[in-house]
Ligand binder design. Structure first.
Ligand code: COA
Length: 155
């Protein structure tokens, strides 16, 4: 999944096996430390791993702070509603168990599939919140959009 150019189109460089494994170790450590993070997503009927979804603290270099929701699925799992289903479960955990007042979502302006998931789970975008990712050079990964949902506005 992390070595698939289609999956990585809006994320940056392809990852090697070592980099991908290291990111999973980091996810596990963060989860243990904070009590929330990235969950593996499986198709329950088959027990098949198809990707991950979860919550993370917004990176320090972003022009806002908060907790963001995210998702990444293997290409073969796209187009079946799995990201939306997983995201709704993550949102429920964020609002009901963690009692977060608001959850954010960030992606590149060109990542229309991810933005469609954001809208499907009830998040909204104010174009005034659009921003350039300061860590990215000029190019398609630099213009980003921000979606939000508050606990009270949840569908
Ligand atoms: C972003 C990503 C997770 C979205 O995946 P997705 O499959 O498009 O999203 P969903 O799982 O919500 O599925 C929606 C599609 O399934 C269809 N679908 C079928 N059954 C459905 C159901 N029960 N509920 C919702 N949608 C359903 C929808 O009609 C939609 O079809 P479309 O793609 O033809 O419009 C995926 O493209 C991805 O992993 N991209 C690479 C990583 C990435 O960019 N992550 C985000 C970084 S911010």
């Amino acid at each position: 999944m992390n070595a698939d150019p289609e999956v990585r189109e809006h994320l940056g460089d392809l990852l090697t096996r070592e980099q991908s494994d290291a990111s999973v170790s980091r996810f596990q450590a963060e989860f243990d430390q904070r009590g929330y993070g990235w969950w593996a997503v499986e198709v329950a009927a088959r027990g098949e791993f198809i990707g991950f979804a979860g919550l993370d603290e917004v990176d320090d270099h972003m022009p806002f702070t908060g907790v963001e929701i995210g998702w990444r699925l293997a290409r073969s799992a796209w187009g079946q509603g799995y990201a939306t289903e997983a995201a709704l479960t993550v949102l429920a955990h964020g609002f009901d168990a963690l009692e977060l007042p608001e959850i954010l979502a960030v992606t590149t302006a060109t990542n229309l599939r991810s933005q469609a998931v954001m809208r499907r789970i009830g998040m909204t975008r104010d174009p005034a919140d659009d921003f350039d990712d300061p860590t990215e050079p000029e190019g398609p990964l630099r213009p980003n959009v921000l979606y939000r949902i508050t606990r009270t506005a949840r569908t």
